[in-house]
Design a protein around this ligand. Structure first.
Ligand SMILES: *[C@@H]1O[C@H](CO)[C@@H](O)[C@H](O)[C@H]1NC(C)=O
Ligand SMILES: *[C@@H]1O[C@H](CO)[C@@H](O)[C@H](O)[C@H]1NC(C)=O
Ligand SMILES: *[C@@H]1O[C@H](CO)[C@@H](O)[C@H](O)[C@H]1NC(C)=O
Ligand SMILES: *[C@@H]1O[C@H](CO)[C@@H](O)[C@H](O)[C@H]1NC(C)=O
Ligand SMILES: *[C@@H]1O[C@H](CO)[C@@H](O)[C@H](O)[C@H]1NC(C)=O
Length: 843
């Protein structure tokens, strides 16, 4: 038997190895799908496939069968690559961030510009002799601006960052760059400012689309005439006052037939210090340095596949770029690329030494050969030594031969050579690659990440997401809540939502109140009873409330009994076993006790409601009843007798006690021997009929339970509107009020929770994603009630505990414990006197 097993095992091992080897051999791919970002790119890509097919012999063993898949935007390409419907595309550095951060795409190659540069400059372009009132960036406020698209690094992120730091742009919404920019500029065009990614709540104004001219649909999208760097240039000419562009954009545009009549002198650059310089002096007037565009692929592709892509694309760039051969013969227009020469430009990070003063183009070749000291030692980030140059020269000639032979020797027809870094013939610029690119360099395996590619430019990206309020500390009271809070923190971080969430666990709700008051924590989510204590004793204010199924931030307090136990009724609970959500909670304590006391069903013992309950009920579970923080009088053990928690968890007023909270009270009724349980009206329906997987709830059905009404009758669970102990305000999020009130902080907290629930407030999520309003199996109502459908902002004039809780609650509270708010008390005493007085007058 054992031998048989061994044989089986061995053959299994053998099979796996052979399979693995086989698989390895299959690893070589033969196809590559290029995602194009529009019709013109698609044409160019298709031309490329024709050229490649024609020159197939020149690819040797690096040939890949290229197909072009057309999408409508970079965003769509990112998703197609993520779903492996396509393999590669080229992206602006800002989009490389988005693709890397949210869709795990990685850069594998980068464009190299004239002079060997791997980065370019972000500039602000204006028309000469305009904006004479602007002598400082602050005066750009309320101007009309043209952006290539929201999220482009040189055209959006760098200018927004710069204006936040030097232009007086204030962050009006920590999680929405568009709102911040819209608040600053006059009508502008920033394509994508209304797409979901930049408008998650859906309430962005269309101010940043107002200047765009596209027809609907398509306006303010990537088909808008003002989309892209060329579009933003057009926008500047036709509608805007300032455009945020790459340093090369203007000279590129002036070379097109459409704009060639314009002189470079028509434009100026606006520098960070408010001064102006000619277009060609962009280096003195740069707003920031940006990595050149990258070719990205999915991180799911193996290193071997990525390497094949690189080899193939490298051959493509060798065969179809001719900048080095032809550039010296071309006329040099304006302040274009030749401006790289003659200046001792030296980028700290990339360290490209420009030695090419006399003959830039020859030097461009030689500076990458192995004799050049700069490429060898100093250049850590130099991906590629351009070692294809020698190969390239001899092969390029043969490529000319092929071209002719392809035309069957008819030399009188000049053959149109395909060029990857040229787009004009397709009616647009920068298709597939930037026209300013000269070659492609491979990014080594270890550097294939958006962070390594972006280097310091990532500071701009995170910089514009900085919030004046850096963090929000949420105070929780149990281990399971802390775990949920940490998951929430991870989820919010994944979306780079600000302020950063910090989790802190304290031993009680009162402890949390003290911490928030002292500024060591910022928010907590409280039951109405704790909102009361927090407001009365610690100056905390409620600012957002949960909303359950009523549409309003309220719930009904109900008393539930088993259908099979007809002897339990609300008007006579003497000697019963009772289940409560917790001491001083609205549904589990204040409302039922106020009802029983005010109707004279139980003896009040002079405002000592714990004693009153202990003398009346035989056994109970009232979490927190024997804690000295909540019960300053004599502890009555019977008040915890029904509770379920073991050791330190026993009768604790937090989620570590199984019978704590609304669902806990229901569980106490189902399995803990209780006759009646007090809770909110949604709880039974949430827990019965198989909605909870825990063993105690598995067989509980709706029909097994009934509501106890105040008149001694019973009702179906759905009849909570008729049969209840009163309506209470929903649980609320509280923060500091009083002397420590800080409106900036409050707004940042509201903003964070609003975006958080937009992204994580859904219930029907798979097990892998975070959901704010649900709790893992075995737990319930962690931090937020599971019944929560949304969080609603409490209007500013209701952000006081007594205003929020309302008259009914305050009355109930006064009945159960006689130290209701002193001011409130005198106020109502005054009312009582006044009405007595009025009564006497009437009589
Ligand atoms: C390239 O791929 C396309 C579609 O995948 C296919 O139709 C075509 O025959 C392939 N060509 C070569 C030369 O393999
Ligand atoms: C915004 O631009 C319009 C013209 O488009 C102009 O009339 C208005 O004065 C500008 N607003 C401000 C505050 O400058
Ligand atoms: C060569 O081109 C000329 C003029 O374009 C044309 O008349 C001729 O037929 C072509 N010859 C061949 C062999 O294609
Ligand atoms: C490529 O396609 C365009 C039209 O889509 C055409 O005008 C051009 O001549 C083609 N060939 C080359 C080599 O670009
Ligand atoms: C409010 O909070 C912000 C951020 O925490 C802080 O910068 C600001 O000084 C505070 N304002 C007041 C009035 O304390």
């Amino acid at each position: 038997m054992a031998r048989l097993l061994l044989i089986c095992l061995l053959s299994a091992v053998y099979l796996t190895t052979t399979y693995a080897q086989h698989h390895y051999a299959e690893d070589k791919i033969s196809n590559i799908i290029w995602c194009t970002k529009g019709q013109e790119e698609q044409y160019k890509c298709q031309n490329l496939t024709v050229a490649i097919e024609r020159d197939r012999a020149l690819f040797d063993d690096v040939f890949l069968n290229l197909t072009c898949l057309m999408a409508y935007s970079a965003d769509e390409c990112i998703h197609l690559l993520d779903r492996e419907k396509a393999h590669i595309t080229t992206l602006d550095a800002g989009d490389v961030f988005t693709a890397g951060r949210y869709n795990s795409l990685i850069p594998i190659m980068q464009e190299k510009l004239e002079g060997g540069f791997l980065d370019y400059h972000s500039v602000a372009v204006i028309k000469k002799n305009t904006l004479t009132d602007v002598t400082d960036l602050r005066q750009l406020r309320q101007k009309r601006a043209c952006f290539p698209w929201v999220g482009s690094l040189a055209g959006w992120i760098v200018p927004i960052y710069t204006l936040q730091h030097n232009g007086g742009m204030e962050v009006v919404d920590c999680n929405n760059q568009v709102k911040t920019a819209a608040n600053y500029f006059n009508s502008s065009c920033a394509v994508h400012s209304l797409i979901d990614r930049y408008n998650p709540i859906g309430d962005n104004s269309d101010k940043l689309c107002a200047l765009c001219t596209g027809k609907i649909p398509g306006r303010c999208s990537s088909t808008d005439p003002y989309f892209g760097y060329d579009g933003a240039f057009r926008c500047l000419l036709e509608a805007g006052e300032v455009a945020f562009l790459r340093h090369s954009t203007v000279s590129e545009m002036l070379q097109t037939s459409e704009f060639k009549k314009l002189s470079p002198d028509t434009f100026q650059l606006l520098c960070r210090d408010g001064s102006r310089v000619p277009i060609s002096d962009y280096r003195q007037c740069s707003w920031g340095q940006i990595p050149s565009d990258a070719i990205v692929t999915s991180s799911a592709r193996s290193f071997k596949e990525r390497n094949q892509y690189q080899q193939f694309l490298k051959r493509v760039s060798e065969l179809y770029s001719d900048a080095i051969r032809e550039e010296p013969n071309q006329p040099q227009t304006g302040g274009g690329y030749n401006a790289y020469n003659g200046n001792n430009y030296n980028d700290q990070n990339r360290n490209y030494n420009d030695q090419s003063r006399n003959n830039p183009y020859d030097n461009f070749n030689s500076q990458y050969d192995n004799n050049n000291p700069y490429t060898r030692n100093q250049n850590q980030n130099q991906y590629d030594r351009f070692d294809g140059s020698i190969y390239r020269n001899e092969r390029l000639d043969s490529s000319f031969t092929t071209e002719r032979s392809a035309l069957e020797g008819n030399t009188s027809v000049p053959y149109e050579k395909f060029r990857i870094f040229e787009s004009r013939r397709y009616g647009k610029s920068n298709l597939l690659f930037q026209d300013a690119a000269r070659t492609l360099v491979s990014i080594p395996e270890d550097d294939q990440s958006f962070t390594k590619y972006l280097q310091r430019a990532i500071d701009y990206i995170y910089g514009i997401r900085e919030c004046p309020v850096p963090a929000m500390t949420l105070c929780v009271t149990s281990e399971p809540e802390l775990e949920k809070c940490i998951k929430m923190r991870t989820a919010l971080k994944a979306q780079i939502l600000k302020p950063e969430l910090i989790c802190k666990k304290m031993h009680s709700h009162i402890n949390c109140m003290q911490l928030i008051q002292s500024g060591k924590a910022d928010i907590s989510v409280f039951d109405a009873g704790d909102v009361y204590t927090a407001g009365l004793n610690y100056d905390l204010i409620p600012f957002m409330s949960e909303v359950y199924n009523l549409g309003e931030p309220e719930y009904y307090v109900v008393a539930v009994a088993k259908e099979e136990d007809p002897d339990t009724e609300l008007t006579y609970l003497k000697g019963k076993y009772t289940c409560h959500t917790g001491i001083n909670t609205a549904a589990g304590w204040t409302y039922p006790m106020a009802f029983l006391l005010s109707n004279g069903w139980i003896r009040p013992y002079g405002c000592d409601s714990i004693r009153a309950a202990a003398e009346y009920f035989t056994k109970s579970c009232v979490p927190g009843a024997i804690s000295s923080e909540y019960n300053t009088g004599v502890p009555y053990d019977s008040m915890c007798d029904l509770c379920h928690g073991t050791s330190y968890r026993y009768c604790r007023r937090d989620a570590s006690e199984d019978y704590y909270g609304h669902t806990g009270a229901f569980r106490c009724l189902v399995e803990g021997g209780g006759h009646v349980a007090f809770m909110k009206h949604t709880t039974v329906m949430e827990s019965t009929g198989g909605k909870r997987k825990e063993w105690w709830a598995r067989n509980a059905l709706n029909d097994d339970f009934e509501l106890l009404c105040t008149d001694g009758t019973r009702a179906e669970l759905q009849d909570y509107k008729r049969c209840n102990l009163g309506k209470v305000k929903a649980n609320a999020v509280v923060t500091r009020g009083g002397v420590n009130y800080n409106e900036t902080q409050l707004h940042a907290y509201i903003n964070l929770l609003t975006y958080a629930q937009q992204l994580y407030g859904r219930k029907d999520v798979d097990a892998f994603s975070f959901s704010m309003f649900s709790s893992p199996i075995g737990h319930y109502d962690l931090i937020f009630q599971d019944a929560t459908r949304q969080l609603q902002v409490i209007p500013p004039n209701e952000r006081r505990y007594d205003t929020y809780l309302g008259g009914n609650y305050m009355r109930a509270r006064r009945i159960t414990d006689c130290y209701a708010s002193a001011t409130q008390f005198t106020f109502s005493t005054f009312l009582l006197l006044a009405s007595a007085f009025a009564l006497r007058i009437l009589l």
